[in-house]
Design a protein around this ligand. Structure first.
Ligand code: TRP
Length: 456
């Protein structure tokens, strides 16, 4: 079994826990705390959450396992892993393009991800300065509106965050954040629980809970279903090779099914907690759930401004949010960096700088989408909206669909069975979800949104 001896040239995780931490670090990020609440708000709540949870279970979990499996077998960057496995399993060389699609998606996502992470960074200092103390919803709203209307400020924070990302990637992901994630994740968890407890004192906890968990399908459009599915990919870092990359550092003999379950549970719990903290505040203060990308920056500071020790808790919250974003952003360019190192003999440092600087530059377009270019819209979307839509709702599901087809149909049952090692029944269920359910679901949702089904 030649494949069993392969080790990535970039190194390996020290153990199972290191992989779980890194992959959870990648998964838990702005997606859970910033994006999930605001897209839930924009898509009517309960029914959207239900579809999202279904997508996590039926598409996300099997695909997370598939990406990890492919990565561990290939032991290289996703582009080369796909090429190597294709050669091994006898598929068309076209499959290597899945790796390219992923690298592009990661690059595009990082450009705006860093902008929003910059907001979180700015809010660390705002919370620490006591700026929110005693303010009502209107005051908090004004602070946010003034902030995003200033492109220079946004650029400064975006730049700082991008440099932070480049530093960790340049040093190598394994050496980088492994230790930090170990403490940051549990702390973030505790702060979220504190926030949910605060939310339960607003008198609107039930309203928030109902909004999130009582499905009203009349409020959900096919577009909303697409967003829910896209977010399942986004929040688990799937469809672009990030998890494949991390899987390539995974030692043999670690159970892929068990680690994947841990990662999915942690990720989903954090998102649901964030929603339960935010929506009661939204309703208690008569805010608009559908107010868009600023939602957490317009709601949580109200809580920090009113609760005891709000300055401390608020500061800590934003620090942890920055860490969550940091441990995610590195996984967005790691596949591209690893590929440059493998194929072009470029050092990690130079590779990180090239990619970081280009992505930073593209990020400026997203910054301007919140001020000078706010009114430049194509089909109702700003440039930021387009980048988010194209990547999360189209490129990731498309990449995921191809990865599922590849892992399910091209990779032989013998190879994947040996790699998964999760018993006959578990394996059969996984294969069924991957071969049939994931592809059919993605294609059906795409067809419905594009309106093609109406023609038939
Ligand atoms: N999952 C992260 C979040 O929820 C974002 C992220 C990191 C990501 N790596 C990714 C999204 C790869 C898609 C693909 O914030």
């Amino acid at each position: 079994m030649a494949t069993q001896q392969r080790i990535s040239i970039h190194g390996q995780w020290s153990n199972r826990l290191a992989f779980i931490l890194a992959a959870t670090g990648s998964a838990v990020g702005l997606g859970n705390i910033w994006k999930f609440p605001y897209i839930t708000g924009m898509n009517g709540g309960g029914a959207f959450v239900l579809v999202y949870l279904l997508c996590i279970l039926c598409i996300g979990l099997p695909l997370l396992m598939a990406e990890t499996m492919l990565g561990r077998r290939g032991r290289q960057s996703p582009i080369n892993t796909m090429a190597a496995l294709t050669a091994e399993e006898g598929g068309s060389p076209i499959w290597a393009w899945v790796g390219w699609l992923g690298v592009l998606a990661g690059f595009l996502i990082l450009s705006y991800y860093s902008v929003i992470a910059g907001w979180a960074l700015a809010y660390v200092f705002r919370a620490a300065s006591g700026m929110f103390t005693g303010l009502n919803a209107e005051g908090i709203n004004t602070i946010f509106a003034t902030f995003v209307s200033d492109p220079e400020r946004l650029l400064a924070w975006h730049s700082i965050f991008m440099v932070m990302t480049m530093i960790v990637v340049a040093r190598g992901v394994q050496a980088g954040l492994e230790k930090a994630v170990r403490y940051m994740m549990p702390s973030l968890f505790i702060i979220l629980i504190l926030l949910v407890m605060y939310a339960s004192t607003t008198g609107y906890f039930e309203a928030g809970f109902d909004f999130m968990f009582t499905p009203d399908f009349s409020k959900l459009t096919w577009e909303g279903v697409l967003v829910a599915m896209g977010h399942a990919f986004f929040t688990l870092s799937l469809g672009m090779g990030a998890i494949m990359m991390y899987g390539s550092y995974l030692p043999n003999g670690v159970s892929i099914a068990k680690t994947s379950l841990v990662i999915v549970s942690a990720d989903t719990t954090v998102a649901l907690l964030a929603g339960m903290a935010i929506f009661p505040i939204v309703f208690a203060h008569g805010l608009e759930p559908a107010s868009g990308a600023g939602l957490i920056f317009k709601t949580l500071p109200i809580a920090f401004g009113q609760m005891d020790a709000g300055v401390l808790i608020g500061t800590l919250f934003f620090v942890l949010l920055v860490f969550a974003a940091w441990s995610s952003s590195i996984s967005l360019i790691e596949p591209a960096v690893a590929w440059l190192v493998e194929n072009h003999g470029i050092s990690r440092v130079s590779a990180s700088v090239y990619l970081g600087v280009s992505s930073w530059f593209l990020g400026i377009a997203s910054i301007l989408s919140f001020n000078y270019w706010e009114h430049i819209k194509l089909h109702g979307r700003t440039i930021f909206d387009w980048l988010d839509h194209l990547t999360a709702n189209i490129m990731l599901p498309l990449g995921g669909l191809l990865i599922a087809l590849f892992a399910g149909w091209v990779v032989s049952v013998k190879s994947s069975y040996e790699e998964m090692d999760n018993g006959r029944r578990g394996y059969a269920l996984w294969l069924f979800l991957l071969r049939i359910v994931t592809p059919v679901a993605v294609i059906l949702i795409f067809l419905n949104v594009s309106g093609l089904l109406d023609w038939i």
